[in-house]
Design a protein. Sequence first.
Length: 449
Amino acid sequence: MKRFAVLTLSLISFVAFSQKKWSLEECVNYAVENNLQVIQNQYSKKSQDNSLQIAKREYLPSVSGNINNNATFGQGRDIFGNSNRNDNFSNSANVGADILVFNNGRLEKNIRKTEYDVQASQFDLERVKNDISLQIAQQYLSVLLNREITKISESALENADKLYKRAKITTEVGTTPKTVLAEAEAALAREKQNVKTAEINTNRSLFSLAMLLQLSDYKNFDIQDVPLNSVLDAPLYSAENIVNQAYENQPQIKAAETRIKSAEAQTEITKTAFWPTVTANAGIGTSYFNSLVTNYAGVDINGNPIKESGFFKQYKDNFGQQLGLSANIPIFNKGITRLNVEQSKINEEIAKTTLQQQKQEVLQNVQKAQFDAESNYEAYLAAMEAEKSSRLALDFAEKSYEAGRTTIYDLNVARNNYANAQGSVAQAKYNYLFSMKLLNFYAGIPLSL
């Protein structure tokens, strides 16, 4: 019974998912949470976070302990030159700690450099999310465009079907010749083909959007129909007003700026190799010795044998402590440190050049978006005028055909022209909408419909 309930709930969830119609915001949110490229960059961010934790823990002392056991067998000579067996067992144990005391702030500088790397990786993640969001928005609008073209084609098909039925009747009663019926039938077939092509393009756009979302069940994927204004407003922004905002809010700019700071911090880290490294250490230890030949540890100053103590007694008697301070002073390392500093400075210049490249790319993208917005708006206005003229021409053609002053071929030409004009309006409208969404995006306005 329990397994049946789980199966039922899974089936209900699947049906609900398949019947769901996605909004643009839902598509974008799903993509930035589940896209593999985003997930991969999230792992890179986590790796940088771990590197920062490692850098911070370098301030802590290193503590280690060791235990040594040694057994020796064979002949040996004592201090008097006498040869005898030297079979013995020894044991020692100690715990030591060392800590960096001075290296001209290398640890602090390394932490600061790693913090910049963490920030840069976060900006990289945001850029990936932005790129995917723009791809989703463009493909979403492509689906809406193809759906609108499908509706236009269906309307043309409906008109062609009416004309065909009328031509069939008039031809059968002998009012019109068979060529009229043939032309009407050909027009009907063409419109059916146009509808099928539009439906295929719509499904192809939906498939492409599902692939961007990385959905396996693309056949049941669908999006919401978004009502759009029939009359669009001219663009309100200009590239000059947006570019400074884009410099401030685009993550690729912030990442490049942060990497300059990281490169500068790396130069400071490299320079610490010119300075001495002072390390303090402390330790405690003890030992045990046992001769395997005799029970004596040696002789005293009077030549009397000294009996070996037990394990714990020796550990107590031999317990000792040590403190130390050492300095490693660089004198000559073949000029490698100086070359490393020069290389770090070169990396600084590379990072600065990368920032200029990113700014140039953003500037060109903003200018292109502005150019596209203005051009697409002009194309939209021209398409609207063409549609209006085509509608008027179609009205005249229909009236002339009704009066018998024009042929069915001329009427079909007028209808094709009007359908093409409607398609051009739809194409120009959605091109303009995407260019405006892109322009708004650079201005810091979230994507929405």
